[in-house]
Design a protein around this ligand. Structure first.
Ligand SMILES: Cc1cc2nc3c(=O)[nH]c(=O)nc-3n(C[C@H](O)[C@H](O)[C@H](O)COP(=O)(O)O)c2cc1C
Length: 212
C-alpha cells in the first residue's frame, strides 16, 4: 500500500492553481488507492523556519549521538519533517514559480529535510567529497504553475527555470530520482491560453494518478 505526502507551497489558498491541480491529482490518486490517506504539509501559508546559526551548529555537530539537549531542540522540527518524509513512499510538491525559483516556504522545507546523517551522508575519499543519498525507493511529483510561458524543456525560457529543475537536483541529491514534473503555464501571458494549459496539466495528472 502506497502512502503519499503532499507539500503545498503556494501562499495562495483557493485562488492557487498549483494547489487546485494538486488536489485534483490527490482526489484521483485516492480513488485509485482507497486504503491510503494523504498527509498534507502546508509550507506556503504557514511560516517554515529558515536555517539559522543554531540549526547549522546542531546539524553539523561532530558527534550526532552526543548532541547536547539544546541542540536536539534546535533540530526537533527538522527531525520530525525528515521522519514524515521517510514515512511516505510518494511525495508531491505543489509549487508555483516565484522569481524563477520556488516560493520561500518550499525552499525552507527543503533546507529542513536535507540533513547530513539522515537524508544524505558525506565522506572524503583522498580529500574528494563523496555523497551518499539516504532516501531511497521513493517517487516524486512536482506540480507547478507559472505566470509566463516556455520554461519547460526546449522552451525559450528554459534557462531561467530554477524552480522544478532545482527541486529535481536537490531531490536527486537525497536519493529521489524518479521525479515527474507537470506544469501549467501562462497565467500572466496574453499570447497563450492559460485555461488550455491548466486543462492539459489536469489531464496529465489524472492519467498519472492511476499509476503513481
Ligand atoms: C512573488 C511572485 C513571483 C513570481 N515570479 C514569477 C516568475 O519568476 N516567473 C513566472 O513565470 N511567473 C511568476 N509569478 C507568477 C506565478 O508563477 C503564477 O501566478 C502562478 O500561476 C501562481 O501559482 P499559484 O496560483 O499556485 O499560486 C510570480 C508570482 C508571484 C506572486
Amino acid at each position: 500500500m502506497s502512502s503519499i505526502l503532499v507539500v503545498h507551497g503556494s501562499p495562495r489558498g483557493e485562488r492557487s492553481h498549483s494547489r487546485r491541480l494538486t488536489e485534483a491529482f490527490i482526489t484521483a490518486w485516492q480513488a485509485a488507492n482507497p486504503q491510503s490517506l494523504p498527509t498534507r504539509r502546508e509550507v506556503g501559508r504557514t511560516v517554515m523556519p529558515a536555517v539559522n546559526e543554531a540549526f547549522i551548529a546542531a546539524a553539523f555537530y561532530p558527534e550526532p549521538q552526543a548532541r547536547p539537549l539544546t541542540m536536539q531542540a534546535d533540530l526537533a522540527l527538522s527531525d520530525s519533517l525528515v521522519a514524515e518524509l521517510k514515512a511516505h513512499d510518494r511525495l508531491v510538491i505543489s509549487a508555483p514559480m516565484h522569481n524563477f525559483g520556488v516560493p520561500s516556504g518550499v525552499k525552507a522545507w527543503i533546507d529542513q529535510i536535507v540533513r547530513i546523517g539522515l537524508t544524505f551522508n558525506h565522506s572524503l575519499d583522498n580529500g574528494v567529497s563523496q555523497y551518499e543519498p539516504l532516501v531511497l525507493g521513493k517517487k516524486a511529483l512536482i506540480v507547478t504553475s507559472r505566470g509566463d510561458f516556455g520554461f519547460g524543456p526546449g522552451g525559450p525560457l528554459e534557462a531561467m527555470n530554477h524552480a522544478d529543475t532545482w527541486l529535481r537536483t536537490v531531490l536527486g541529491f537525497i536519493g529521489i530520482n524518479d521525479v515527474t514534473v507537470v506544469a501549467a503555464e501562462g497565467e500572466e501571458s496574453t499570447e497563450h491560453s492559460f485555461a488550455r494549459s491548466c486543462a492539459e496539466a489536469e489531464q496529465r495528472l489524472l492519467a498519472l494518478a492511476r499509476t503513481f
